[in-house]
Structures are given as structure tokens and as C-alpha cells.
Design a protein around this ligand. Structure first.
Ligand code: FES
Ligand SMILES: [Fe+2]
Length: 449
């Protein structure tokens, strides 16, 4: 469990909070490039870490991400005119550049220099492989983008997906670093005889109580969860948390799977989940009978990220939280099918991601962790919370830069499953597989300011 004080610290992400300050040290995925398809097109509402912002793509193609309220008298810049390299407020015509400078003030006399004193909060943005990253931190010159492998592959060799979730960011993230729920939430109705002996699936359902080893790393934390495979081997699921909100999960084959997930806080009670994957990850998922290859009673239980395009969304709205909302949501109980739950599915809820969504949202927007009872299978969750809380405190109290900010290469990592001899050291034996990294950095398309 966590103390009330630590739980508050972990969950609050707004400006001025310790974790909010820690998160703002890093580049953050803000939008997909496809959300701002046109130059001079419609501005878009964006909520990030408790801040309401307006995103727009100007005439030259650059991206602006600016405070919602016009610095004049607070009208929303969402209604602004996106024209000639800037966003013009429709109330009195003040116009702002991507950098937040007021570049035109037609409501003041020609000779006034008042506009030179007006500046809107604006965050620099960079586009790389269909993701618009932003930096909301204090540095004049932002740090480098992290070396996220699937975000650096050539065009056509990666896919990006987003799904919104209605709970605190760390609550969502904890589901990704808790391998023991796989055998229940996702595979609880699968019997060993429904799987092929000698596959990861078989080992997963033959023994549902893996043992854990957890270590601190230069990028965050890693775990190896192991259970018997054959008489002289273990099946290891190796996965990572990478500061500040990335995970690499162990669904596929270690060394082949290229999959990074992000749990980006929109505010204290909403997350945007991102999956950034190389399609060849599917090879990594299926070839050894990875868990994502399973089908429960005709219902796909594929893992998010491994199969692009598998989500059904509600119609978009222009609201702050109006996009990437699944049709299965808490108001319809995620379309739970109780008959299926009795006969063929542990949950009766279709879809692995939707199952995760149901349980983590059902904990409430911000779970009171003073009420929980943690077991040995929660070792990675415990270690990762501690790491994040300590990093936030070290930044607040001693100005210590958190892990990875100035060292993009620490993100060059992979996760997945592997069969090792029982006497092998899991970290030693998998060094090359974990550190494999084929991508060369691709140049950014646009930078603003
Ligand atoms: S409120 Fe925006 S120009 Fe007056
Ligand atoms: Fe899950």
C-alpha cells in the first residue's frame, strides 16, 4: 500500500505538483500528425497534464500548441482563425505565432507597441513518424527526443494507435507492469489442453503464479517473471518501465518484438494510451504462440499494439476529452456478456485492452492505495512506484534531473518472452536480445518554436 501522502504525490500531474514537474522534464506525445492534417486547418482542443491547450498547424506546416485562453480577455483560441502563420482570436483580432508571440493587435492604435509585451504560453512541438511531441518543461533548449525504436523506423514500418482511458495515469500504467493478471483477466478461461504444448501460451496457462525478479535500470525498472517451461528450462517474461510513462510489455518474442506503450496523463483522472509498434512485432507475438495469438471462444483476445486497427471508437467530438473513446465503456459495462463469462471467457468482456480498461477504470478515477493489500506478484508495481516517487522528490528537493532526460539512448531497449536454461542468469543471458536496436534516427519534420 501507499500512504495517503505518497498516493497524492504519485497521482497529481498538474503544474506545480512534484510529479507534474517531473513529467514536464520529458518530451510528451501530444497528438497524432493526422489530427492536424491541413495547414491553416481547424485548431484542436488538447488537454495535457491538466492544462487546456489549443493545437494548430500553420501555413508553413509548423505546429503551434498554445494556451486556451487568449491573453487579452480570455476568449478561447479554439474559435480562432488559423491564417498566415498564426492563430487570430476572433474576439478582438489579436494574433499569435506558434511561439506564442502576439504578432498583430488590430484593436490598438497603429503606433502602439503594446503587442510586443504580450506573450501566450506556447510549447515547442516536433513531429516524428506521425507523432507530434511537445516539451512543456522549463528549459530554453529542450532535451533530445527519446530513442523510441518504433518511432524511428522508416515510413510504413510502424503503426501508432491511441485510446483514451478514464482513470489516473499510474493506475493504467500499473496494469502494464503486472504480468500476473494475464493468466486470470485475459486467459483465465483457457485450459492448457486448448493450447499447443511447447508454446508461450501453454506455459502461461499451465502455471499462473510466476515468480518475479525486479531490478532498477538506467531508464527505470525491469522485471523478469519466470515459470517452468520444459524440465530443464524456464519461460521468462521480460518487460520494462521507462521514465516517465513508457512501458515495454512481454507479449512477443524477446529480440523480435518492437513495441512501446505510453500512458500520457491528460489530467489527474484521464489518460491517453499510446501504442507505437513495428508491424513485425506481430511475428514476435505469434511465432512462439505468444499470448496475443489466443482466441477465447471465437473472441479475439489480441493485445493492443500487436494488431493495429482492432478498436471500435465512439464518434469524435471537439471536446477536450472527446476523441479515441472506445464503444465499450463504463456506462455500458464494457458490453459484458455474462453467458460468455460462464462458458468461455473469464470476464465476458471482449478484447484484451477492453478487459484492462474495465478493471483499471473500475478502481475509480484515483484509487485510494491506502486500502490495498499487495502480494509477491506486485513486486514490479511496488518498485516502480517507489522509483517514480523518489525521482519526483529528488527533483523537487535537490534539483536532480530524472532518469533518461539527457540520455535518449537508454530507451534503446526491447521486451518479450524467452526460454532459458534453469540455471541461466536472466539479465546476463538476454543482454543482446534486450538491447537490439536496428533503427537509425530519422530527422524531425518540423520544429517550433
Ligand atoms: S479576448 Fe482575444 S483578442 Fe480580445
Ligand atoms: Fe492486461
Amino acid at each position: 500500500m501507499l500512504s495517503r501522502e505518497d498516493n497524492e504525490l504519485l497521482c497529481r500531474v498538474g503544474p506545480g505538483t512534484p510529479v507534474g514537474a517531473m513529467l514536464r522534464q520529458y518530451w510528451v506525445p501530444a497528438l497524432m500528425s493526422s489530427e492536424l492534417p491541413e495547414r491553416d486547418g481547424a485548431p484542436v482542443r488538447v488537454r495535457l497534464m491538466g492544462e487546456n491547450l489549443i493545437a494548430f498547424r500553420v501555413t508553413s506546416g509548423k505546429i503551434g500548441l498554445i494556451q486556451n485562453h487568449c491573453p487579452h480577455r480570455g476568449a478561447s483560441l479554439f474559435f480562432g482563425r488559423n491564417e498566415e502563420e498564426g492563430l487570430r482570436c476572433v474576439y478582438h483580432g489579436w494574433k499569435y505565432s506558434c511561439e506564442g508571440h502576439c504578432v498583430d493587435m488590430p484593436s490598438e492604435p497603429e503606433e502602439s507597441n503594446f503587442k510586443s509585451k504580450i506573450h501566450a504560453t506556447a510549447y515547442p512541438c516536433v513531429e516524428r513518424n506521425d507523432i507530434i511531441w511537445t516539451y512543456m518543461g522549463p528549459r530554453q533548449t529542450p532535451p533530445p527526443l527519446p530513442d523510441i525504436e518504433p518511432n524511428m523506423l522508416p515510413q510504413g514500418e510502424y503503426s501508432v494507435q491511441k485510446v483514451s482511458r478514464e482513470c489516473n495515469w499510474f493506475q493504467g500504467l500499473e496494469g502494464d507492469i503486472d504480468t500476473s493478471h494475464l493468466g486470470f483477466l485475459h486467459l483465465g478461461a483457457i485450459k492448457p489442453e486448448q493450447t499447443t504444448p511447447g508454446t508461450f501460451d501453454y506455459y502461461n496457462v499451465a502455471d499462473r503464479a510466476p515468480k518475479y525478479e525486479v531490478v532498477d535500470t538506467e531508464f527505470g525498472t525491469s522485471y523478469g517473471a519466470y515459470r517452468p517451461a520444459e524440465a530443464d528450462t524456464y519461460y521468462w517474461r521480460i518487460a520494462h518501465f521507462l521514465f516517465p510513462f513508457f512501458t515495454m510489455i512481454p507479449t512477443g518474442i524477446l529480440g523480435m518484438q518492437v513495441l512501446v506503450r505510453a500512458w500520457v496523463p491528460l489530467d489527474d483522472e484521464h489518460i491517453m494510451f499510446w501504442s507505437i509498434a513495428a508491424p513485425r512485432s506481430r511475428l514476435g507475438s505469434g511465432a512462439a504462440g505468444g499470448a496475443s495469438g489466443l482466441n477465447a471462444g471465437g473472441r479475439a483476445v489480441a493485445a493492443a499494439g500487436a494488431r493495429p486497427g482492432g478498436f471500435e471508437f465512439l464518434p469524435d467530438t471537439t471536446d477536450w476529452l472527446g476523441k479515441f473513446r472506445l464503444t465499450q465503456h463504463k456506462d455500458n459495462d464494457y458490453l459484458i456478456d455474462r453467458k460468455a463469462q460462464r462458458t468461455e471467457s473469464f470476464t465476458g468482456i471482449a478484447g484484451i485492452h477492453q478487459q484492462d480498461q474495465a478493471v483499471t477504470e473500475s478502481m475509480g478515477p484515483i484509487y485510494d492505495r491506502t486500502q490495498e493489500h499487495l502480494g509477491t506478484s506486485d513486486a514490479m508495481v511496488i518498485r516502480t512506484r517507489r522509483r517514480v516517487i523518489n525521482a519526483a522528490r529528488a527533483l523537487r528537493d535537490n534539483a536532480v534531473t530524472p532518469p533518461g532526460v539527457d540520455n535518449p539512448a537508454v530507451y534503446r531497449h526491447r521486451s518479450g518472452g524467452v526460454i532459458l536454461p534453469r540455471d541461466a542468469d536472466w539479465l546476463e543471458a538476454t543482454k543482446g536480445l534486450r538491447e537490439a536496436f536496428a533503427a537509425e534516427p530519422t530527422p524531425e519534420k518540423s520544429v517550433a518554436p
